[in-house]
Write a protein that binds this ligand. Structure first.
Ligand code: AGP
Length: 369
């Protein structure tokens, strides 16, 4: 086992550091040489079938569900089709509105999650076409879906999902861009711009990984707290949910993610002196709003670590500490934003002496309901 960890203390850390390579593998062969077209030969839908999609439903569990939440923002923005995201264990028990004109996307690292598989079967029974995004070749989900986008992340051993999430995001971006390209809902220049940025992502992720010192320091300082809050707006809210899950599952710290605009509707009552707040402020169009939300928690003496894009130095005036991520297209920011959150969860857990790779009560693949 030690040899398999390749010199890292835990599989989780190894897998976090594998992300630049994994992201490159997910993209390989899926962008044309001229970088202006998505090549997704694995989607076998005809042009007519693509044109006839009226709704998209994404269903998954846990981290894969959080990738789906990013997918909602991205697909709605790029393809202008309504997208619903549903937890797989809820989806099939509520008589879902699914028909031949619905495209169902199931996301599962293992491809064996019982609820996700059951949701896939339910969707197909109701006549929907199912696209699977999975990491495991010939897994149950892959075998039963109509189309499969493999994430090529390589084996993920740690119970806490890291590289599976970022590669799922890439697969979702590729699917969104492919649909936009086929339905002509985006200008060619805009597609190219995002494809160029996607290609540049793995080196930006590497940059964040190389700059882990401030996160280590924050983790050391705050690892004894029993509560933490993650705030964000728009895509940052979806990433906040993932950051909070990661922290809970491996460090056993109670963490909550909130859409920052919801603070005043209840959560602010829980913000007390010194409580760690991780505030995500990577979305340009929402930046000013996030700065106001940070001020709200600072006024209650919370300790704020913010994640912002390089150049947005204004956030330094309101947060205690800022982690800057390299500039990218705002729509792609989640892939980079989540990296410091994965590292934060990891170092918090290590400092608390937790069994990082095998957190209590959890299994890597949940094959029972
Ligand atoms: C994430 O860190 C989890 N351990 C968990 O939420 C996981 O993502 C979920 O169980 C879904 O697994 P799957 O992707 O293999 O379907």
């Amino acid at each position: 086992e030690e040899a398999e960890k390749g010199g890292y203390d835990h599989f989780m850390l190894k897998e976090i550091y594998e992300q630049p390579r994994a992201l490159r593998d997910t993209l390989k062969g899926r962008i044309s040489h001229t970088r202006d077209k998505v090549v997704l030969d694995e989607i076998k839908m005809t042009a007519k079938e693509i044109k006839n999609i009226k709704r998209i439903v994404i269903t998954a569990c846990g981290t894969a569900y959080h990738a789906g939440l990013v997918g909602k923002y991205v697909i709605e923005q790029m393809v202008r089709i309504p997208v619903e995201v549903d937890i797989a264990s809820e989806f099939r028990y509520r008589d879902p509105l699914i028909d031949k004109e619905t495209l169902v996307v199931v996301v599962s690292q293992s491809g064996e999650t019982a609820d996700t598989l059951a949701a896939l079967r339910e969707a197909r029974r109701r006549g929907a076409r199912v696209v699977a995004i999975t990491n495991v070749i010939a897994s149950s989900v892959a075998r039963e879906a109509d189309d499969i986008i493999y994430t090529w992340a390589g084996p993920e051993i740690s119970v806490a999902s890291t590289k599976a999430y970022t590669t799922q995001l890439v697969a979702i971006y590729l699917l969104a861009l492919f649909l936009a390209q086929e339905r002509k809902t985006m200008a060619a220049g805009n597609i190219k711009e995002i494809l160029d940025e996607l290609k540049a992502l793995y080196s930006k992720v590497q940059e964040v990984l190389d700059n882990d010192q401030p996160i280590k320091e924050f983790a050391e300082k705050y690892c004894r707290h029993e509560d933490a809050f993650f705030l964000g707006r728009g895509l940052d809210y979806a990433v906040a949910l993932e950051g909070s899950l990661k922290l809970k599952e491996i460090s056993y710290i109670h963490a909550e993610a909130y859409a920052a605009g919801e603070l005043k509707h209840g959560t602010l009552a829980l913000i007390v002196e010194n409580i760690p707040v991780i505030a995500l402020a990577t979305q340009q169009s929402l930046f000013e709003k996030m700065v106001s939300n940070i001020k709200e928690v600072k006024a209650r003496d919370a300790s704020v670590i913010a994640v912002a894009m390089q150049g947005h130095t204004e956030v330094e005036k309101v947060a205690d500490q800022v982690i800057y991520i390299p500039k990218t297209h705002p729509v792609l920011a989640p892939i980079i934003t989540v990296i410091p959150l994965q590292l934060l969860a990891y170092y918090m857990a290590v400092n608390r002496g937790c069994d990082v790779d095998k957190p209590r009560n959890l299994a890597k693949s949940v094959t029972v309901e």
